[in-house]
Design a protein around this ligand. Sequence first.
Ligand code: CA
Ligand code: CA
Ligand code: CA
Ligand code: CA
Length: 80
Amino acid sequence: MIRAMLLVAALSGGVDVDDDGVPDARDNCPHEENPGQRDADRDGWGDACDGCPNVPDATQLDADGDGWGDACDPVDADVT
Ligand SMILES: [Ca+2]
Ligand SMILES: [Ca+2]
Ligand SMILES: [Ca+2]
Ligand SMILES: [Ca+2]
């Protein structure tokens, strides 16, 4: 199974760092294993690595670095 996925990655000509079968060039979370590539808010970042999975925030800014993007972080929202 893993070998087959590696073969697919090799044939499609891309490195696949997280081994989820999706080459990094097309992987919406290159460092998270998310073969389904689910992206609920369709901002281009997969749910597995989206700081705000339900808020379109293409920049993925996270001012306080707590893993919650500024677009959905209640703490950031209160800080000026
Ligand atoms: Ca991935
Ligand atoms: Ca997303
Ligand atoms: Ca988002
Ligand atoms: Ca944050």
